[in-house]
Design a protein around this ligand. Structure first.
Ligand SMILES: [Zn+2]
Length: 188
């Protein structure tokens, strides 16, 4: 299953069995396919910027990475196209010998970062992405974006029966207050 030519596979021959050695490198790698299944995802071919540190330790190669990517998709409220920056970090040991303690392994003097990066990025994607924190969404009757049609926001509220009931309740309270002040005035 491992793709021998995957750009996520990094050669670590210079570090193998040299505890204390360390190397840093920058990788710009296109996503091998779509990362994520939700409203926003990293599209296939979208570039991932990976700042990678590889350290040789006794048990294997310790990989530390900062990954920057751009998730694309739709706002969960108004369905407009959006692009969101995604930044993840991870640290993982690639062991020389597989075992229960270590999930990842150095294979043929390479470490394959793809599954780690995919998992970290997918976990970081928002379930309810929005184009902006206060996105008002869509008008339920016309389907228009309320951000583009602010006049629809004010028209919507009186048609909602809960608002109408609340408005009526407040009106009767005001009436009561007026009567009370009238009574006070009469007493004076
Ligand atoms: Zn929106």
């Amino acid at each position: 299953m491992a793709d021998q030519h995957s750009p996520f596979r990094v050669n670590v021959r210079d570090l193998v069995n040299r505890p204390g050695e360390m190397r840093e490198q920058r990788l710009d790698v296109p996503a091998s396919d779509r990362f994520g299944e939700g409203l926003v995802s990293i599209h296939e071919g979208s570039e991932l910027e990976i700042d990678l540190r590889l350290e040789s330790v006794h048990e294997g190669i310790l990989a530390t990475a900062d990954v920057d990517a751009t998730a694309e998709g739709e706002c969960g409220r108004c369905l407009t196209d959006i692009a969101l920056p995604v930044r993840v970090e991870f640290q993982e040991l690639f062991a020389y010998h597989s075992g229960e303690a270590f999930e990842y392994e150095v294979q043929d003097d390479h470490v394959d970062l793809e599954p780690l990066i995919r998992d970290a990025v997918v976990l970081a994607l928002p379930f309810q992405p929005v184009c902006r924190p206060d996105c008002p969404g869509l008008d339920p009757e016309t389907g228009l974006r309320l951000a583009d049609h602010p006049e629809l926001v004010t028209h919507e509220q009186p048609s909602d029966s809960r608002w109408a009931a609340l408005a009526g309740y407040q009106a009767s309270e005001d009436e009561g207050a007026d009567q009370g002040s009238d009574a006070d005035q009469q007493r004076d």
